[in-house]
Structures are given as C-alpha cells and as structure tokens.
Ligand binder design. Sequence first.
Ligand SMILES: *Cc1c(COP(=O)(O)O)cnc(C)c1O
Length: 232
Amino acid sequence: MIEENYREVLENVKKAAVRAGRDPEEITLIAVSKTKPLSEIEKLIRIGVTEFGENKPQELKEKYENVSTPVHFHQIGHLQTNKVKYIIDKAVLIHSVDSLHLAEQIQKEAEKRGLTADVLIEVNAAEEDTKFGVTIPETEALVRDISKLPNIRIRGLMTIAPFVDDPEENRPVFRMMHQLLLDIKSQSIDNVDMNVLSMGMTNDYEVAIEEGATMVRVGTAIFGARDYSKVN
Ligand SMILES: *Cc1c(COP(=O)(O)O)cnc(C)c1O
C-alpha cells in the first residue's frame, strides 16, 4: 500500500531529523511519482500529500493538467532547454539547473509569462561521468551568473549522490554539499536564498537528513520499483 509506504518514509524522515537535533518541520518529503500513473498520485493526494517529483517535463505537464486537486510538482530530472516551456508555469521548483544556457532559457520563458522561477543548482558532487551537474568548485561562479537573471530566484542546491550499497558511503558527499550551501550563503549574493538543500533518495535519505537535507526525493520506497518497459 503506497499510503502506508508514504507514512513509513515520513516517519523515518522525522526520526532522522530528531536524531540529528533538527526540527522535522524543516524537511520536505517529495514523493517521486515518475513513470507512475495518476491513480497512484491520487491515492497520496487523498491522504494529504502535496509534493510530487517528476523527471520528464511532458509527464509533469500531463499530470499537472489532469490531477483532481492542485498539488506541487517538482522538476527533478535533467531539463533540456527546448522543454522549459512545458513546465515553466507548472513546476513549483526546478531542481536541475546546471548551466547558464539553461538558466537563460528559463529566464526567457519566465519573463514571457511575467513570473519568477524558483530553481536549485544541480551539483555533481562526486564528479561522476554519468551525472549532470556542475562540480563543487564551479558552483559559486554559476550561482553568481544566474543570480543576475531577474526572473529567476536561486533557492539552493541539489545533488544526486552515487548509487552505493551502504548509504554511509554517501555521508561525506552530503556533508560537502551542506558546507557548499553554507559557504555560498555566507556570500549573501543578491537574489540568492540558499535555504534549500535537495538530496537523499530511497537508499540514502536518512543519512542525507542527518547531514542537512531540507528536501528528500523518494520514489521506490513509496511507489515500489519502476517499470521502464511501459514508459514511452
Ligand atoms: C528517480 C529519482 C529519485 C527517486 O529515486 P528512488 O531511488 O526511487 O527514491 C530522486 N531524484 C531524482 C533526480 C530521480 O531521478
């Protein structure tokens, strides 16, 4: 039952926060519903869940337009510039901004619609070849460049940690991300908030919370395994 799974994950989120001496209210659990049908999202909406994460812009748009009650959809997957138009007025937060080029497209589409887009900068903290995102040393410069775009507000950072057997292996990655967030925050850059740290997935969200995550993105532990053979 996905409702029970959700409640269990939420309970683990709270326990991890308390263990770390943090206020559980600081942490937002995003139910990652990518590849899952609207009917499963509706089950969670009925128990009061409002935050959902999607990878593909068209899928986000489709679900946004068909859901029974307005809820928040987060664009958590890689975003191509030509897809920005699908989600610019629908995603509550874009977690995956990793270049000035993409930010400029977001700026253009946001300005067209007279809105301000909230974004996170995606950091490839472990510098894996297979992942999108800027490296830690590149992050501040990108934040400074994007901060000059008037219709974008940078709210913080996001990372996808390596896939590991033991979540403890990712603790140093999460710790580096938290430090990076604090370092950039201390610069007090105009138009930059740096209050959101989106990190932690099914395998490692508890460790991520212990190390300062304010948003965790959990799919499998809530909805079960994904079947990609049925998608597209
Ligand atoms: C799929 C995905 C998740 C959720 O992954 P699970 O391991 O199923 O919890 C989180 N973040 C991003 C960016 C994803 O693509």
